[in-house]
Design a protein around this ligand. Sequence first.
Ligand code: NAD
Length: 373
Amino acid sequence: MKLFVSAEDKDIENRVSVTPDIIKKLTLSNQVYVEKDAGNNSGFPNEEYKSSGAMIVSGNEISEADLIFSINPLNKEKLEKIKEKAIIIAALDPFNNIDLIKEMNAKNITSFSLDFIPRTTRAQYMDILSSQASLAGYKAVIEASHILNRALPLMMTTAGTIPAAKVLIIGAGVAGLQAIATAKRLGAIVSAFDVRTSAKEQVESLGAKFIEVDSNEKTDGVYAKEMSDDYKKAQEQKLKEDVLPIQDIVITTAQIPGKKAPIIIKNDMVESMKNGSVIIDLAAKSGGNCELTVSGRSIEKNGVQIVGFENILNLIPFDASRLFAKNIFSFFELLTSKLQDNNDLSTIEDEILKSTLITFNGQIINERLKGIC
Ligand code: NAD
């Protein structure tokens, strides 16, 4: 197969989908083209790709490719050049890119979206949501610690004692749990909150305090659901009166798959917070967990700094790319092994391929997009 590693739009993305260590594996049985400077912003220069066996090319060679790797959806110019039935593997964010999905379908492109990977044990090696969220959670705490005008750990000095800073994590999924672990390692007093009851044990096992809301409503299972108005009211009261006024850093990561992120910190709740405290909103791109968040910007309100990272992974692109590349390679291995037995993807039974296949043979085939496209 001829494979093509696409360079991302440098204005929005520093990562690259395939790193030189993975090129070595891919070139064992494929010809690999890497678009010039694809890895420049993540710390992987053209020479490293070349010495790993790839051919460095301009964008035009995309037209010869049987399969294209990318992080973000390809732009119109690249889509125009791709040959019919070529395969794209990327994080297509299908719910927010319906027009693009239709366009790929009209061109008879086969596309897989890695952000539709099922959260199963078998799919863990390909789970870009987890690998990237984990780094995001870590980096959010590091960034917050830079912005905060005080230290995180308890320090006893001859000049006096500095108390440990207090960090609150809202949403204890993959990013939240990594944020808890990072803040604990830096010596902060950490508490966390999640609507899923199963999160309590995980939060406590990391040594953080789990914040309980006074309500009988519970969410079990892997994914959160939208909570009732009564629950939201109880949650708001608890956060506003008892929890937020004592925090130095708040990291929010709460998401509901396929929906706008829930607003958890309202304007008046920000007013209850300490001067100099910091909110890092990792849900900014999907609407934000704080009512005041502006995606892609850092703003200040009543002495509270609110940072709405659009893509925090741009600040840690080397490791984010390495993990993404390992995930994408595992997926590629699965796909090619299944294609050997059956190249009619519409009949493929594999759960991972079925969940991620978006367009095939002129059809928008994914169950989750039925009724939307
Ligand atoms: P996510 O990014 O969808 O959401 C982050 C967190 O926000 C979740 O824990 C969610 O419960 C929480 N949340 C949603 N609404 C909230 C609200 N109003 N208030 C407070 N918190 C709220 O989640 P994720 O990180 O992708 O993880 C989702 C689940 O998938 C977790 O249970 C995780 O353990 C599981 N998971 C399983 C696997 C696997 O088995 N392979 C891999 C990764 C994740």
